[in-house]
Design a protein around this ligand. Structure first.
Ligand code: XLS
Ligand code: NI
Ligand code: NI
Length: 436
């Protein structure tokens, strides 16, 4: 068998004192943290698109990265080699999951029927490689945004012919995800938005987007696909305004159209910051509303206003993210998918390994820090204290809706000004630093 990543045999855990850049210092898959192994908590996935198909091209320049699996002249031979290379990488790195778009794994042919035949061929290979290696599919998705036919959207396209194309593509992508035992299926509305309202019927577009999702729910049932459906919010890019702007926006949309029971969210760190939220905020919003599903683990650059999809290395981010995930009871079908790509100048195979190793270690440390926060309950205690007025007889009566405006006014007329209390932000930030 041809080896595509000969530089690395197998990435192992060597502990915090190791100086080996190709070893984990913190991610020890079998180590137990709060009753589960690190691997069970973190459920790491490698994404197919950036990792194997992203070769460094940007809006200003061509590919910079040359990979050996990409050398065959025939597109299907290239797709098969890429699949072999991907499973070699997954195995050497030691992740349990992978994620893909339909168009990442097999190139489009001239007709939908031909394209679907290609998909079947590649999916048979992927299924065999999953069996051989024990790898699992975290989620599949459709690329209904790259092809020119989707320039004005997929579900939100002004032309029903394009809507039908998107539906056909999603149908097939759900079927192959089921075939691969996928634990989830993601909808990221790549061009489901608008660039100018002067040519846009927003009401229709929102209705049609909801309809497409409802048809997907129906098809899921029809084929007996058991995976969790997710929406991945993003506020902008490629369109100026995306309908799935952020978690709050998706929550309202799902409720309005009666789709809430069928969907959870896939929160991407960089999309949160593009929406002027923190990653932490988006995760907490999902957790308190019962829609926390899965995570696209990456980071942006606050000095750049776009989706840089960098590998996560910030311990504050990973610690606070894992803290919320642990508080919410941990992942069930979801996991941490590295929707991230190496920088354009990071052209070596080794850079792909360094990127993933660093990200996995950053989340392993985040998990350890979060478990300490959970055990000490330091923030939980501070928050409970801050809201303790609501646990008094008076607070309970107000919360239960037993005090109308007149009674509340009478209370103030009798008691006067409330006593002020400090929010203690600086102290709490110092405490967080102690844990990190
Ligand atoms: C793009 C999105 C995309 C989704 C899958 O910004 O993050 O990669 O995760 O379509
Ligand atoms: Ni993503
Ligand atoms: Ni992104």
């Amino acid at each position: 068998m041809r080896e595509f990543f000969p530089e690395v045999k197998k990435v192992k855990y060597e502990g915090p004192d190791s100086k080996n850049p190709l070893a984990f210092k913190h991610y020890n898959p079998k180590q137990k943290v709060m009753g589960k192994t690190m691997a069970e908590h973190l459920r790491f996935a490698v994404c197919y698109w950036h990792t194997f198909k992203g070769l460094g091209a940007d809006q200003f320049g061509a590919n910079t990265i040359v990979r050996s699996y990409d050398d065959a002249a025939d597109p299907m031979e290239r797709a098969e080699q890429t699949m072999h290379a991907a499973f070699e990488f997954f195995t050497k790195l030691g992740v349990d999951f992978w994620c893909f778009h339909d168009r990442d794994i097999a190139p489009e042919a001239d007709t939908l029927a031909e394209t679907n035949k290609r998909l079947d061929k590649i999916v048979a290979l992927a299924k065999k490689l999953q069996r051989d290696t024990g790898l699992k599919c975290l989620w599949g998705t459709t690329n209904a945004f790259s092809h020119p036919r989707f320039m004005a959207g997929a579900g939100t396209n002004p032309n029903p012919h394009v809507f039908a194309y998107a539906a056909s593509q999603i149908k097939k992508a759900m079927e192959i995800t089921k075939e691969l035992g996928g634990q989830g299926y993601v909808f990221w509305g790549g061009r489901e938005g608008y660039d100018t309202l002067l040519n846009t019927d927003m009401k229709r577009e929102l209705d049609h987007l909801a309809l497409l999702l409802q048809l997907a729910v129906d098809h899921k049932k029809k084929i007996g696909f058991k995976g969790q459906l997710y929406i991945e919010p993003k506020p902008k890019e490629p369109t100026k305004h995306q309908y799935d702007f952020d978690a709050g926006n998706c929550f309202a949309f799902l409720q309005k159209y009666g789709l809430l029971p069928h969907f959870k969210l896939n929160i991407e760190a960089n999309h949160a910051t593009l929406a002027a939220h923190t990653f932490h905020h988006e995760l907490e919003f999902c957790a308190v509303n019962g829609i926390l599903g899965s995570v696209d683990a990456n980071r942006g650059d606050l000095l750049l206003g776009w989706d840089t999809d960098q590998f996560p290395t910030d311990l504050y981010d990973t610690s606070l993210a894992m803290y919320i995930i642990l508080k919410a009871g941990g992942f069930t079908t979801g996991g941490l998918n590295f929707d991230a790509h190496v920088r354009r100048q990071s052209i070596d195979n080794l850079d792909l390994f360094y990127a993933h190793i660093g990200a996995m270690d950053a989340f392993a440390r985040g998990l350890k820090i979060a478990s300490k926060l959970m055990r000490s309950k330091v923030f939980e205690k501070a928050v409970n204290k801050r809201y303790s007025g609501w646990d008094t007889d008076f607070g309970k009566k107000v919360a239960a809706g037993k005090m109308d405006f007149t009674k509340l006014e009478a209370y103030i007329l009798e008691k006067g000004e409330p006593k002020l209390q400090s929010g203690r932000q600086e102290l709490l930030e110092n405490i967080l630093n102690e844990y990190i």
